[in-house]
Design a protein around this ligand. Sequence first.
Ligand code: D61
Ligand code: MG
Length: 386
Amino acid sequence: MGSLAAVLRHPDDLYPLLKLKMASRQAEKQIPPEPHWAFCYSMLHKVSRSFALVIQQLGTDLRNAVCIFYLVLRALDTVEDDTSIPTDVKVPILIAFHRHVYDREWHFSCGTKEYKVLMDQFHHVSTAFLELGKGYQDAIEDITKRMGAGMAKFICKEVESIDDYDEYCYYVAGLVGLGLSKLFYASGTEDLAPDSLSNSMGLFLQKTNIIRDYLEDINEIPKCRMFWPREIWSKYVNKLEDLKYEENSDKAVQCLNDMVTNALMHVEDCLKYMSALRDHAIFRFCAIPQIMAIGTLALCYNNIEVFRGVVKMRRGLTAKVIDRTNNMTDVYLAFYDFSNILKPKINKNDPNATKTLSRVEAIQKACMDSGVLNKRFVKVSKFYKQ
Ligand code: D61
Ligand code: MG
C-alpha cells in the first residue's frame, strides 16, 4: 500500500487505498480452477499491476479474451525487448508469432523474472487461446501478426522522425487499441470505434510510458533501445544520453516538455473515443489508464526528476482514480484537473511555451464544451491535487 508518510500527508487517500487493497485481494481469490486459466490470470496479476485490476471487472467472455490478448502481446513484447537475442533469431520469431499461438507445443525461452515464466509456460496461454470464440481468436491473431511485423521492422530501424515515432507507437500500442475495439464490438455491447480514435487511445498511453521511462531505457544493459525521436531531441542535445547529465538540465527539461506537448495532441481523440462507450465495465477499463496517463504527464512536465529516477503517481492518487472513475463527467473533471496542475508549470521562457499552453487550453475547452462541468466548480476543484 502507499507509504505511511504519503498517507499521513494525504489522509483522504486512505479510504480508496483500502478499497483497492480489498478489490485486488478479491481478484486474486477469483483465479479459475482449470490450470491453464489459473496460470493466465495469475500471470496477468504478476506482469501487469495496472491492467489486471481493470480487466478483472469485465464480463466473463470479454475478460477471458482481453486477458489472453494481453498475455499474447506481452509475450511478443518480451521477445522484442530482450536485447540479448540476436536480430537474425528475433525477427523470424516476431513475424511468425501469430501462428505460434495455435501451437500448444511451441515455446521460446527469453526474458527475465515473471516474463521468463510466461515464455517458458506459454502452452497454457495457447491452450486458453484455443478455447476462445472464433471472433476473438481472429481479432487477436490479426493484431499479433501486424504488431509482430511492425516490431520486426523497427528492430533494424531507429526512431528518427516524429512520423517514425507515431508509426512505432501505432505498432506497439495503437494496434492494441484497434484490437480492443474489435473485441468490444465482438462482445456485442459496443459499436465499432473508428480506427483513428482507437489508435489515439494507444498512442497516448504508449507515449506517456516512453516519456516516463527515459532513464530506465537509457540505462538498460546489455544495450539500450530508445524511442525518443531524433527530430525532437536533436533540437536540444547532440546525443540522446546527454539529457541525463546534470550540465544539460535546462535543455533536458525543454526536450521533455516538447515530448509532453507532442503526447497531449492525442487527448481530444481519446475523449471522443471514451464518450462513445456504453458499457460501464468497458468504460472503466478504458478510462482509468487514460486518466493515469494525463496525471503522469502533468507530473513529468518540467520535472528534472524524469532524468534522475522514477517519476510515478503516488499509489493513493492511483487508488483515487480507480475509485472515482465511473462516467464521462468524472473523465472530463480529471482531465480538467490534471491540465490545471500542468498549466502553472509552463515557464514563459520554454521554447514551446505557447504551443503547450494552447494544447492545455484546447483540452480544457473540450472538457468544458461537453457541458457537464460547472464553471465555478471547476475553478476551485482540487479533486486530484498532487
Ligand atoms: C483501452 C484500454 C487499454 C488500452 C487501449 C485502449 C489502447 C491501447 C492499449 C491499452 C495499449 C497500451 C500500451 C501501453 C503500455 N505499453 C507497453 O506495455 C509496451 O509494450 C507494447 C507492446 C505490448 C502491448 C501489450 C498490451 C498492453 C496493454 C494492454 C494489452 C496489451 C491488451 C489489453 C489491454 C491492455 C512497453 O512495455 C514495457 C513497459 O511499459 O515497461 C514497451 O515495451 O514499449
Ligand atoms: Mg517493447
